[in-house]
Ligand binder design. Sequence first.
Ligand SMILES: [Zn+2]
Length: 312
Amino acid sequence: MILQMPWLQGAVDQFHQRMVNQRLPHAILLQGRAGDGAEILAQSLAKAALCNNPELGYPCNQCKSCLLHSAETHPDYMKLEPGGASVTIRVDDIRSLVDRFTTTAQISSRKVAVLLHAETMNTAAANALLKTLEEPPGDSLLILVTEGTKPLLPTVRSRCQPISMQSPDKAQITHWLEQRELAKGASEALMQALDYQPLKIAQWVEEGLNKNWEHFQAILTGVAGSQLTPVMAATECKDIGVSDQLDWVDQKISAWVKQQASSGHALDRRWVRYLDQLIALRRELIHSANVNAQLFSESLFMLWQQFNRQLG
Ligand SMILES: [Zn+2]
C-alpha cells in the first residue's frame, strides 16, 4: 500500500540513506498526519529496519521477520499508542518497552518500537523513556510519530532525528483515490472538509459517510435559505447520528472561523454566541444518557437558522 503513496517516497529515501550509510539513529521523529499515511509509513519503516533483506528502505515482505511483523507477533517489535480509556501513552507501557529494549534481539538485528501519538506521553512517561533515549541499547530503534498539533516535550524532541514527511498534493490524492475506485465519491467540498487527508477521504467513501455528509450539507443550505424548517431538516436527517450532525456543523464553522482569521477579521458577538451555543449542545450530548435525536437535531438546525439569519 505504501508503494502507491508517492508523497511518502521522500521520507522512505531519507530513511534508506541512513540505513545504507550505517547511520540509522536510535530515535526517529516522524511528524505527519495519520490521514496522510504517517502511521502506515512508521510501520513500514519499522518493518524495513527489522527485515533481513530490505530493499531501498522498503521491507522485503518475504523473510521470517517480515512475516512475523505482518502477523503482529514479531518478538523484537513493539507498538505503543494511547489505549483503552486512556488518552495518553501510559507510563507502564513505556516501562515495559524500556525493559524489552534491554534484552537482545531474537529474530532481527535490532529491536524496534513505534510510538503513535507520541505527544500524548505525559511527563512521567516521557521521563521513563528519557534514559533509553540518552543511553540507547546498541541495537534499537524508536520511531516516534506525532501529528504536530501538540508539542512534544523538548527533552524528548531534542534526542530524536527528524524525518520529514510530505502531504500529498491534490493531483496525487485524486490519482490515489482513482486507483482505489473511490474518486467518484470524493467531491472537492468533502476533500476540503477533510483537510485533504487521503486516507481519511478513502475511509469516508468506503463507509458511505460521504453520502450522508453531502446530504447533510444540502440540508444545511436549505435551512440557511429557509427552504427547509428545522423540523423538516431534523426529519430528513433521522438516519444520520446526532453526534455526526454536530461534528459536521462544527467542521463548517471551524472552516469559516479559520477563513475569517486568515483575512484578518475579528469574530463579532454573533459568532461568539453561536460557538457558545454549539458548545452547550455538545455538553448536552456528552452528559445526557438518552438524547432525543429528533429534538436534538431540531435545536441544532434552529440555532443554525438563527445564526444564518443574523449574518444576513
Ligand atoms: Zn523482510
